[in-house]
Design a protein around this ligand. Structure first.
Ligand SMILES: C[S@@+](CC[C@H](N)C(=O)[O-])C[C@H]1O[C@@H](n2cnc3c(N)ncnc32)[C@H](O)[C@@H]1O
Ligand code: SF4
Ligand code: SF4
Length: 408
């Protein structure tokens, strides 16, 4: 059972307050409330979820998020508060928009993933995303998920492939607090053709039904296309997933990398930002409607910004550390150096959270420099050459200012 709470109530604030960081907790919750929040409370566990981006609370992961963000702004310490691990590069789909090449190289071993999670834990990471390729293709997926310690929370990014009752029962007992399922369209035929996989729609719906039966926090990701916006199909999409009972819709826009390296997204971005923002506000106070979470709005300078390389990193399936799953630059391999060393070396290029999507910024520079992108992530010297031209402005995004103000 869940209860939906609109806005910042005393109950929510009490549960979001982290001991020793009372003012920071207050500032951040008020900041988010000003953007408009709808909170899901899971009644069985008394956990509160703002969205799939921030850890649920009260929890040790939330404490680490609030405490870590405070240290980042007040002590100039670098912490990868959030990290994604690409546990496999392999995938059974061929999505039109995928920023990853279908990667046949050897994936990190279980032991290497274990070492990676331990290192992230020691660096203060609060949330770890398990992603791919398709993470469900790994036969040791349960063992990998079981590596997530109690003071970190896990997210699982998946198409829903291979989900069954037994797996979802396992998830319920694990430290995965949110599952994010890709569902590109409410029409089965289109959904499957966009993924080039005949069972894409079935897999997603089956997984959502299983997850919702157990009341596990479930978000869907939809990558907006011109067609979805043009035909107002996005509204139909929202209504479709509402009826499935999902908690959140993550609206993302195509990042011009991988299969869509040269995709011109400018007019789509402008249209989508306006359209999605209107829908979000329209349904914000309706508890029966899923939370609409617009990535472009949330990761803009006026909110959390782009944390790539600054407070967020991704480790790809071969061990390369990249600033974000969608950024094809690499800065070292965890098989050769510690994550701490690689992450600290990245400081020069990623001193702070950026004001807009680094994936978009660097794709322009990659194209300007005529770089061969047949193998990504690019090697370290090439990545440094690109990153040197894209150094993120040292001004923090607004949410971090809320932490900074409280720390003065
Ligand atoms: C890389 S996939 C990995 C997990 C799983 N294979 C899946 O598709 O859900 C994670 C998410 O990234 C999205 N994605 C992939 N390429 C993208 C791009 N170029 N722009 C925006 N989102 C993209 C996918 O639609 C998916 O929701
Ligand atoms: S978006 Fe996900 S499912 Fe689609 S090809 Fe990429 S990794 Fe595979
Ligand atoms: S590079 Fe783009 S997708 Fe990655 S964290 Fe930044 S805003 Fe998000």
């Amino acid at each position: 059972m869940k209860k939906v709470i609109i806005g910042l109530t005393e109950e929510v604030m009490n549960n979001a307050t982290v001991a020793g960081y009372e003012q920071q907790s207050k500032n951040v919750m008020e900041f988010l409330n000003n953007k408009g929040i709808k909170i899901n409370k899971k009644l069985e566990t008394k956990e509160y979820f703002i969205n799939s981006f921030l850890p649920g609370f009260p929890s040790k992961a939330w404490d680490k998020y609030v405490g870590g963000s405070t240290k980042v702004v007040s002590e100039d310490i670098r912490i990868p508060i959030q990290a994604d691990i690409v546990i496999t590069g392999k995938c059974h789909c061929r999505c039109w928009h995928c920023f990853r090449i279908n990667d046949r190289r050897a994936d990190l071993s279980f032991e290497e993933i274990k070492k990676c999670i331990n290192e992230l834990h020691d660096l203060g990471t609060a949330s770890v995303g398990i992603t791919g390729g398709e993470p469900m293709l790994r036969s040791d997926i349960r063992e990998i998920i079981s590596l997530i310690p109690d003071d970190m929370e896990g997210l699982l990014y998946t198409t829903g492939h291979n989900f069954d009752e037994d797996f979802v029962d396992f998830l319920e007992q694990s430290n995965i607090s949110r599952v994010i399922i890709s569902l590109d369209h409410y029409k089965e035929e289109l959904s499957c053709s966009m993924r080039n996989y005949d069972n894409a729609f079935f897999d997603a719906i089956n997984a959502i039904n299983l997850l919702k039966d157990r009341n596990l926090y479930t978000a869907v990701t939809v990558c907006v296309t011109d067609k979805l916006l043009h035909e107002d199909d996005l509204e139909n999409y929202f209504n479709f997933v509402k009826q499935l009972g999902i908690d959140e819709v993550r609206v993302i826009l195509p990042i011009p990398q991988g299969n869509i390296e040269n995709y011109d997204t400018k007019s789509l971005y402008l249209k989508a930002m306006r359209f999605v923002k209107n829908k979000r506000m329209l349904h914000l106070e309706d508890p029966s409607y899923p939370n609409i979470f617009n990535f472009c709005e949330f990761e803009s300078a006026s909110c959390i910004g782009c944390s790539a390389g600054a407070n967020y990193i991704a480790i790809d399936n071969t061990g390369l550390v990249t600033p974000c799953v969608a950024v094809p630059l690499s800065f070292g391999n965890i098989k050769e150096k510690s994550i701490k060393e690689i992450f600290n070396d990245m400081k020069k290029y990623f001193p702070n959270s950026a004001q807009c999507c680094y994936g978009r910024i660097c794709s322009k520079e990659i194209s300007n420099q005529n770089v061969d992108t047949s193998v990504t992530p690019l090697d370290v010297p090439t990545s440094i050459r690109i990153a040197d031209k894209c150094i993120k402005r040292p001004k923090r995004a607004a949410l971090f200012e809320a932490f900074a103000m409280a720390s003065k």
